[in-house]
Design a protein around this ligand. Structure first.
Ligand code: AMP
Ligand code: GLY
Length: 414
């Protein structure tokens, strides 16, 4: 198992690419726009939209031993099923299983139908009347579009709206565009991301990560794809007890078993976002992929070759996987104005010496220069024996007076 088709072009896929390359893979990259970091290490480049067009692969189809799909959009589109139909082994979930992420109401209904711990109160409203009466009964909710929004569609009571009218305006706009809107009980507590690599209910759990989704320092502003993330030495988080972690792992395993019953075996990355409440961890969301940037933190810690991990898992055995004990801090550099009014086309200049600590995301390469797009540009990763060391190392990588880009200054800081 050596030639790997890697679909996607974000920071997460750059992290996958590095881990695959380090485990001896020969990489084929496929993405609509190329990631300069992945392009540097891939042997073959397919620049195209994600179309189920066999001609795009024909030259290499016999060579491909394994395919991995990084982002949610091609998963939800069923690229896994299509690649499987071409006889390719895919370490990513099928379209049916990717509904775990592709429909937030599917997740809530799955948890409830299979009596899985960690679910919360929720209502799916399909009419304005239902929406208004639900909001009048309880305004302390979180409003979510049912489908994919790149992490940007969630609005929280108290942070993003305070009156029934504001909530109604947003909720009814979602009913108009999607036919439905999800209202969830608003939880309070600290969050953590638990990711795994799965084959059925055999899971290799990755070190825990704390994600920083809000746009600005102090966890203020709109939700974004994420502005950064940290992991601690020893793979836990100081506020997550052993018991909380075991509960979260058991929820992930239950979800994998429920999906297998409904849709067939789940394979590939899985991601549970949890909030710690006084009653234990509650499910905030599930993703059918690794997180971005959580993939950057955790794949950097992987010491067992990634291809070996996937190969053993795919035989139905849980491998013994080693991770480095160090802490990690990932800081995303984003275009100025992101996420509301990102300034596109600004030249990104970074010193060559920090190349190994960069994970490229959405930057456009023109000649020798890189330019911002409307999405997150690139991430830096710092490592250390303590969190503080990792955080200082990450921020020290960012040149003073860097122009065209902004970043949060409090990732991993008290
Ligand atoms: P999601 O895209 O579902 O992960 O939501 C993005 C962020 O919104 C989460 O990381 C939480 O910070 C917040 N959020 C989502 N659901 C809830 C909830 N039910 N209660 C409180 N905050 C939530
Ligand atoms: N960092 C959150 C996500 O990838 O969904």
């Amino acid at each position: 198992m050596n030639t790997v088709l890697l679909i996607g072009n974000g920071g997460r896929e750059h992290a996958w690419a590095i881990a695959l390359k380090n485990s001896g893979a020969r990489l084929i990259t496929w993405a609509p726009t190329l990631n300069p970091g992945i392009e540097d290490i891939a042997e073959i480049t397919i620049q195209s939209d994600y179309e189920k067009d066999v001609d795009l692969l024909s030259e290499w189809i016999e060579d491909i031993d394994l395919a991995i799909i990084g982002p949610e959009a091609p998963l939800v589109k069923g690229m896994t099923d299509w690649l499987q139909s071409l006889g390719i082994m895919v370490f990513s979930p099928t379209q049916a299983n990717a509904r775990l992420e592709g429909s937030k109401s599917y997740l809530r209904n799955l948890l409830s139908a299979h009596n899985i711990e960690g679910n919360i109160e929720y209502t799916v409203c399909t009419s304005e009347d239902e929406l208004r009466s639900a909001l009048e009964k309880n305004l302390s909710v979180v409003i979510k579009p049912d489908g994919l929004t790149g992490g940007k569609g969630v609005r929280v009571h108290g942070d993003h709206f305070t009156t029934v009218e504001e909530a109604f305006d947003y909720g009814s706009s979602l009913i108009r565009s999607d036919g439905r809107v999800l209202l969830e009980e608003k939880l309070n507590g600290a969050e953590f991301s638990l990711q795994g690599l799965a084959y059925g209910d055999k899971v290799v759990f990755l070190p825990l990560v704390k994600d920083y989704k809000r746009a600005y320092d102090g966890d203020t502003g709109p939700n974004t794809g994420s502005m950064g993330a940290v992991s601690y030495p020893g793979h836990g988080l100081p506020y997550v007890t052993h018991g909380d972690l075991e509960s979260a792992k058991s929820i992930v395993r239950d979800v994998l078993r429920a999906l297998e019953k409904e849709n067939g075996k789940y394979t590939g990355a899985i991601y549970g976002q949890f909030m710690l409440t006084k009653d234990g961890p509650r499910v905030v969301e599930f993703n059918a992929r690794l997180g971005d940037p959580e993939a950057i933190n955790t794949l950097a810690l992987l010491e067992t070759p990634l291809l070996e991990v996937i190969e053993i898992l795919s035989k139905g055995t849980t491998p013994d996987v080693k991770f480095s004990e160090t802490a990690t801090c990932v800081v995303y550099l984003v275009p100025e104005g992101y996420p509301e009014n990102p300034l596109e086309g600004r030249r990104v200049e970074l010193p060559d010496e920090i190349y190994d600590s960069l994970r490229f995301a959405s930057v456009r390469k023109e000649g020798e220069h890189l330019y911002t797009t409307r999405s997150r540009s690139l991430a830096v990763i710092g490592r250390g024996n303590t969190l503080k060391e990792a955080v200082d190392n990450a921020y020290n990588l960012i040149p003073d007076g860097i122009s065209g880009l902004r970043f949060r200054t409090d990732i991993g800081r008290p």
